[in-house]
Design a protein around this ligand. Structure first.
Ligand code: ADP
Ligand code: MG
Length: 432
């Protein structure tokens, strides 16, 4: 079946190195553990099946030796699969004639390696144009294309330098430019940034995301670095001992690891970059509709021990918030409506805001930080305690750091409500 949204599909892929490879596949399939295949037989990839969507960055993550490079090399036919199939753009590339495979490799998949594999005696421009050169593209045409891509990756002005005159980060940009010049739909990147210094590495990761956004390539990116995987991946496949043990979004991998191995792997990740407001938010407790009036708002605050509540429409569209002091004053004045005391500066954040960007809004908010969906509806709140808990912080520290006023004592609220009833401003003080 040809599905336009799928750029690449792997189905039941195996790669066994060494003796009796085909027999090993059968034994693995029957459940023989990988380490009992016998001396001289290595099962590098075992029964890998997954689909990569068009325009997606699909990360394959795992420790060294888990089979990542072997897997990616089967995806462009650099390694022949021992069993299973690979399809690119709906066309099978396993078990096809070498000539057709070479064509597909040129037209559909290009690859960037960890060690730049640049030609040392050729200029940056020639290196970038190299892929087109071996395709037989005329000099003028390939140089024009190479110049354009060199500029895209931020190397304008360096066209005539030799690789040795460039820093590691710049050399890797040349490698990336070379792969991009081929203008294939699918880009395979095997530990492409692993040799770079952390700062340059982050810069390259950001640039890759930018390129991805503008060029819309399908990227399969291999890394052993979880933070890199989380930063880049739309989805991540976690490999262990030749097997894919989980495929999911960064958030799914973090919040719902398939097994202990994945769980241990994700322990050290910087959660604040991956998790979003949505993943830690709680159900909002203190919410009133405009019809509740000042009295209703005050009672909810009293019951929930809060110094403020959110005000939303019936369809949960967030209007603003009301403080207990304002509500109390309104009740004392005999005002029923919330209209005059609703403050519009609710400070709520969008549901997909990363945790790292929640701390300042949370400190400034008078209430547990509100979270809204794309339509402006209040879908949750993030209490500061929750935010600190995700960092392993102490709830006590939150209380101390809090600039938020303590809620009014219940007795004060009760007395005010009673006084309001006595004065005739309210009919009863029954909870709404
Ligand atoms: P990774 O890229 O995750 O570090 P690799 O795919 O390079 O893992 O290696 C997976 C396993 O396959 C390792 O045990 C490795 O020693 C073995 N292996 C890789 N390439 C070969 C090969 N050409 N011949 C024999 N064994 C290999
Ligand atoms: Mg590798």
């Amino acid at each position: 079946m040809n599905d336009d949204t799928i750029a690449l599909r792997a189905d039941g892929l195996y790669k066994v190195f060494g003796r009796h490879a085909d027999e090993a596949v059968i034994r693995l399939h029957q459940g023989t553990p990988r380490d009992q295949l016998g001396h001289g037989t290595t099962a590098a990839v075992i029964d890998a099946s997954f689909e990569v969507r068009r325009g997606e960055i699909f990360v394959v993550m795992g420790l060294s030796g888990s089979g990542k490079s072997t897997l990616i090399r089967m995806l462009n036919g650099l390694h022949e699969a021992t069993a299973g199939t690979v399809e690119i753009g709906g066309e099978r590339i396993t078990d096809i004639a070498p000539k057709r495979l070479r064509e597909i490799r040129r037209q559909r998949v290009s690859m960037v390696f960890q060690h730049f594999a640049l030609l040392p005696h050729r200029t940056v421009l020639d290196n970038v144009a190299y892929g087109l050169e071996i395709q037989g593209v005329a000099k003028a045409e390939r140089e024009a294309k190479a110049r354009e891509v060199t500029q895209i990756v931020g190397l304008a002005g360096w066209e005539d330098k030799l690789p040795g005159q460039l820093s590691g980060g710049m050399q890797q940009r040349v490698g990336l430019a070379r792969a991009l010049t081929a203008d294939t739909d699918v880009l395979l990147m095997d530990e492409a940034f692993s040799a770079l210094d952390p700062l340059i590495r982050r810069e390259m990761q950001e640039q890759l995301l930018d390129l991805q956004a503008t060029l819309g390539k399908t990227i399969i990116f291999i890394t052993h670095d979880l933070n890199e995987a989380m930063f880049l991946g739309d989805r991540i496949a976690v490999m262990r001992d030749g097997r894919i043990v989980q495929v999911g979004t960064p958030e799914e991998i973090l919040t719902d690891p398939a097994n202990e191995y994945v769980e241990q792997f994700v322990q050290d990740v910087d959660r604040t970059r991956v998790l979003t407001a949505e993943s830690v938010m709680r159900k909002p407790r203190a919410v009133v509709h405009p019809t509740a009036g000042a009295r209703g708002a005050l009672q909810v605050m009293r019951d929930e021990q809060l110094s403020a509540v959110y005000v939303t429409q019936r369809d949960r569209t967030l209007i603003g918030w009301v403080s207990d002091r304002d509500a109390l004053d309104a009740v004392r004045r005999g005002e029923r409506s919330l209209e005059r005391i609703v403050r519009p500066d609710h400070g709520a954040v969008a549901h997909d805001t990363p945790l790292a960007e929640l701390f300042i809004p949370a400190l400034e908010a008078q209430l547990p930080l509100g979270v809204t969906d794309a339509r402006g509806r209040l879908v949750g709140v993030v209490p500061r305690v929750t935010l600190l808990a995700t960092l392993g912080g102490e709830p006590e520290a939150d209380a101390q750091a809090s600039p938020r006023p303590d809620p009014l004592p219940a007795a004060v609220v009760d007395r005010a409500l009673e006084a309001a009833v006595d004065s005739g401003a309210l009919e009863t003080k029954e909870a709404i």
